[in-house]
Design a binder for this molecule. Structure first.
Ligand code: XBP
Ligand code: MG
Length: 248
């Protein structure tokens, strides 16, 4: 047996556990309407804006890029406006997910259940906020969802967002795990870069918002996790180890 048998699976949330970005986009637009901003993001623009992780950071990027073309906001009022938009957006997103707007992606629940049954530890590493994680997973996994995860890192615990590895390093510390004994699951180039920078072999399942990203450095790039079982993950993981570790 090699030195680092697979012990932990660390999942990104948005785009990986569930196709949430359509619901995030609708919630942003809902908030813009409600505040009378006259802003509207279409899916093409949102694909581009997703290069910036984090809803507040994305709003700031949009304002910076389009400041001539959108309703003026005084620079000194910008942070307040972003906070108001984001608070409303989060409420709309929460209501939509609560109402069943998103479901877990194919294979996700099966893999989580198999990993738990096999004694692997599970964790979450996301840039989104705790409330958004809770509403999604409570609905998908039931009221005890939190017990499935040994550690959760999110946008409030790790303010430096992906591609910064902060959230992954935090989760590895909480798990007291060696990165070489873990696999990360991501859907985006920023997520992949964050996980790789934390030393994690990473399985990418892309989606309509991320399929054009550069996934070089990924252990595997797949359309989804349907049919991916633990035996398969263990084979991929073993293949990711350095030759000297493999020999050990
Ligand atoms: C996902 C994100 C998130 C959501 C919006 O990144 O970038 O910002 O789009 O969430 P990842 P908030 O999947 O890499 O974590 O508005 O709550 O920030
Ligand atoms: Mg993601």
């Amino acid at each position: 047996m090699h030195q680092h048998p697979l012990q932990c699976l660390i999942f990104d949330v948005d785009g990986t556990l569930a196709d949430t970005e359509g619901a995030h986009l609708a919630a942003f637009n809902h908030a813009f309407d409600e505040l009378g901003l006259g802003w509207r993001w279409d899916p093409g623009l949102y694909r581009e804006l997703l290069e910036v992780s984090g809803g507040r950071e994305r709003l700031r990027r949009y304002w910076e890029q389009r400041r001539g073309g959108v309703q003026a906001i005084e620079a000194h009022a910008l942070e307040d406006t972003i906070a108001r938009i984001h608070e409303l957006k989060t409420a709309h997103y929460e209501a939509a997910v609560q109402g069943g707007a998103v479901r877990l992606r194919p294979g996700v629940l099966e893999l989580i259940e198999a990993a738990r049954a096999a004694g692997l530890r599970l964790a979450i590493a996301t840039t989104t906020s705790p409330v958004n994680i809770a509403v999604l997973l409570r609905r998908a996994m039931g009221p005890d969802w939190r017990q499935a995860f040994a550690a959760i890192g999110d946008g409030s615990s790790a303010p430096r967002k992906k591609p910064d590895p902060m959230v992954y390093l935090q989760v590895l510390r909480a798990l007291q795990a060696d990165a070489r004994a873990c696999l990360a699951f991501e859907d985006s180039a920023n997520g992949l870069r964050a996980a790789r920078a934390a030393g994690l072999a990473t399985v990418v399942t892309h989606n309509r918002y991320t399929s054009h990203h550069d996934f070089s450095g990924a252990l595997q790039v797949l359309p989804d996790l349907a049919g991916v079982d633990l035996a398969q993950l263990r084979r991929w993981h073993a293949g990711a180890l350095q030759p000297q570790e493999r020999a050990a």
